[in-house]
Design a protein. Structure first.
Length: 286
């Protein structure tokens, strides 16, 4: 009797387990505190979150957008595939005097009812779900008719998009069907994902100025120690010292290319800020 290969559902569970493990590596909450604080506030303001609204943050991490939404008076659910990130988020929320619900959830299969939320947000979160159309379908599904969707994603051409491009030759090949995260920073791609199910789409490309690093090598070493996707690539290369050295060089060179040349290493990280409104009548998912 021949052995059976795994089912697509088995492969998907394994992929999600790998993603959860990757984001649990290092110290993403610390990195978010050091570098990304303004992003969540920017998204909440652009999405016009108001007191009393029901808000879902998809790929919330440690609450970079969810906590500011709660501070705006909303009733907030912070969801993420990696609940290991919630502990820091709960502490931050308590320190800032707000309450919100933390919920483990797959962005491609959200455990919420159709139209449950007035606002659905994701700040550099849903972009890392491997199957983009499935994730976009869920964003639309859980927003009420007339509700709002706000997304903030790194662009392919910007610094973090180029970080992933730099790591790609050193990383294992992606599984079939998985799409590159920075595509969520391409306006045409996201408009296609959301399709006619949304209206009033607005997009802006903006820059996050990062002056945390003294040198390009300081940037590289910081990401090697704290950022799950970078740590995962280095682990994959653990038995290949020549490739490890090449990646060391390429990451420092990346920061050197983007350095504005002022005191210390100052970088500008480009992102796409998109807001939209769910159509009153929503076509069935494609």
């Amino acid at each position: 009797m021949s052995s059976l290969t795994g089912t697509p559902a088995d492969a998907d569970r394994a992929l999600k387990a790998k993603h959860r493990s990757m984001w649990a590596l290092g110290d993403y909450p610390g990195l978010a505190d050091d570098l990304l604080q303004e992003l969540g506030r920017t998204l909440v303001q652009a999405s016009a979150v108001a007191p009393g609204e029901r808000v879902l943050d998809v790929g919330a991490g440690s609450g970079n957008a969810a906590i500011p939404a709660a501070e705006a008076g909303a009733t907030v659910v912070a969801s993420d595939l990696t609940p290991e990130l919630f502990e820091v988020g709960r502490r931050h929320a308590a320190e800032r005097g707000v309450e919100l619900q933390w919920r483990e959830a797959d962005a491609e299969a959200l455990p919420f009812a159709d139209g449950e939320f007035d606002v659905v947000l994701s700040s550099i979160g849903v972009m890392f779900a491997p199957h983009h159309q499935a994730a976009a379908d869920e964003l639309v599904r859980v927003a009420r008719p007339g509700g709002r969707i706000g997304l903030l994603s790194w662009t392919p051409e910007g610094f973090i998009g180029q970080l992933f491009a730099t790591m790609k030759p050193f990383a294992p090949p992606p599984p079939p069907g998985a799409q590159p995260a920075p595509l969520w920073g391409d306006e045409d791609h996201v408009r296609e994902l959301l399709g006619p199910r949304v209206t009033d789409v607005t997009t802006r490309r903006k820059l996050l100025t990062v002056d945390h690093f003294a040198t390009p090598e300081d940037f590289r070493d910081y990401f090697k120690a704290r950022y799950g996707p970078t740590m995962a690539v280095y682990r994959f290369l653990s038995d290949e010292p020549e490739k490890t050295a090449a990646l060391d060089r390429d990451l420092a060179d990346l920061a050197r290319r983007y350095d504005l040349g002022t005191d210390g290493t100052v970088l500008e990280w480009e992102y796409l800020l998109l807001t939209a409104r769910r159509s009153a009548e929503v076509p069935a998912p494609r």
